[in-house]
Ligand binder design. Structure first.
Ligand code: FES
Ligand code: FES
Length: 133
């Protein structure tokens, strides 16, 4: 199995690892296929994601895709972040091996949960996604 240079870089030197105290939205998800866990913290000002941190107990592909996903949503609006797909994250990493694509779903799902956590705290309806069916 071959990992791209970018996957290796983000695995060896992940960006935005940690927690945000008093985060505006927190999302935690588990991967049913392997038991791995990811937690994402969002700081949001005027609907813009001003800071994001993550913690992943998972494989290299999960860590690399969390790291890339946090880079991609920082500075974006909540709605833009909602539309970030795991495919886009994998593409930004110059691809993931097919058997590792499911690992990148963790980040997309955790971001959605964190955004809905933020929305519910604000008294808004949570958005529907494919994970809530
Ligand atoms: Fe282990 Fe996906 S099966 S991280
Ligand atoms: Fe579990 Fe990759 S094997 S997230």
């Amino acid at each position: 199995m071959e990992y791209s240079e970018k996957v290796q870089q983000h695995f060896l030197n992940p960006r935005n690892v940690g927690e945000i105290p008093n985060a505006d939205g927190i999302g935690e998800v588990g991967n049913p296929q392997c038991g791995d866990i990811m937690k994402i913290y969002l700081k949001i000002d005027n609907d813009v994601i001003t800071d994001v941190k993550f913690k992943t107990f998972g494989c290299g592909a999960a860590i690399a895709s969390s790291s890339m996903a946090t880079e991609l949503i920082k500075g974006k609006t909540v709605e833009e972040a909602w539309h970030l797909t795991n495919k886009a994250v994998a593409e930004a990493l110059d691809g993931l091996p097919a058997v590792k694509m499911h690992c990148s779903v963790l980040a997309e799902e955790a971001i959605h949960k964190a955004i809905n956590d933020y929305r519910v705290k604000k008294g808004l309806e949570p958005w529907e996604d494919k994970f809530s069916q």
